[in-house]
Design a protein around this ligand. Sequence first.
Ligand code: OSB
Ligand code: MG
Length: 389
Amino acid sequence: MQVHLEDASRPCELMTEQIAVEKIAMRTVRLPLNEPFETSFGSIESRLIFLVSVEADGVTGWGEVVAAEQPRYSYETAGTAWHVILDYLAPAVLAKPVSSLTDLSSRFASFRGHNMAKAGLELAYMDLLARATGTSLSRLIGGTRDRVPVGVSLGIQPTLERLLDRVERYLSLGYQRIKLKIKPGWDFEVVREVRRRHPNIMLSVDANCAYTFADTKKLQALNDFNLLMIEQPLDHDDLIDHAKLQSLLTTPICLDESITTPARARQAIEIGSCKIINIKIGRVGGYSQALAIHDLCYENSIPVWCGGMLESGIGRAHNIALASLPGFSLPGDISASSRYFARDLIKPEVTVDNDGTVEVPKAPGLGFEVDLDYINSRTVSAEEVLARS
Ligand code: OSB
Ligand code: MG
């Protein structure tokens, strides 16, 4: 390799490796959750983890497709992503050697949408590229942090007492920011009580689209609680009502669901739909798009943070790498493996220090060992696509 990594702020953009992917493997793995996770769009008790790996020259790279089983957070599901990877994306990857992340993402560009499916393959490719070049993922994409600050996302609970207990628990573990899922009927009083007990913590709320512009007064009532942000109050693809709402709120709006492409991020910034953006690699279609949104926000002084999708350790490790970029100035939804799972798919598990940070690995690739025995023991379905030789 001719490139000196020390010279490159984002080495992956200068690499010229030709990677001839020989095999793409997809599988789903069911992991029980420690406790149900409830949002304004529903509750789940286990997570169907969708793993995708790519192999070349004896090296395997791992990615995760974060689509859920039901089309609620987004229209994608594990089923649609399986179909789209198998029938469209995998053939595009296997057709000829991949020369760069840009090459890979340009092969996906003519397929509309299906960002989580695309992201799964971009993650696997980047892990492979990182391993093949002996680089950590963070280094490969231009990460600048050794540790990343993290917060926890707390689902809607059966009772307020239970929520207050969870808030205490995660604060005592060091998490730097508490995010409360809200919906009509589980909002004002809940936030007021958490804020009353914890006047100085970093506190935010996430509505997952549960309100409309007609609820402006209700949302204005949250102004008094000094929230760090209110995440995605309105419709999943709206920018315009969010801009109107933002002009009527003192609480910063953070967009999650609405930001699906770099162009949407630019438009949101231009018309003032939000003051903060949550970047999820899956929602935006992979590293290529996540890096573009990061750079755009950095240039426009819009803080970003890394969102989560109840990932296994594999997706979580990619999130840690992403969150090491300079623009990720707010705590991410990157919790310890043990916050969701009794046992994770990687070794060691992700842990959160009592200062509320997670270490960014320096070892090549993801920086964690993939626990194939455990993955095999929990696999629900598997399928491989081979390059024609
Ligand atoms: O809106 O951020 C969200 C989980 C699933 C779907 C959407 C969201 C979430 C979370 C969990 O808030 C974040 C995490 O992985 O810890
Ligand atoms: Mg969200």
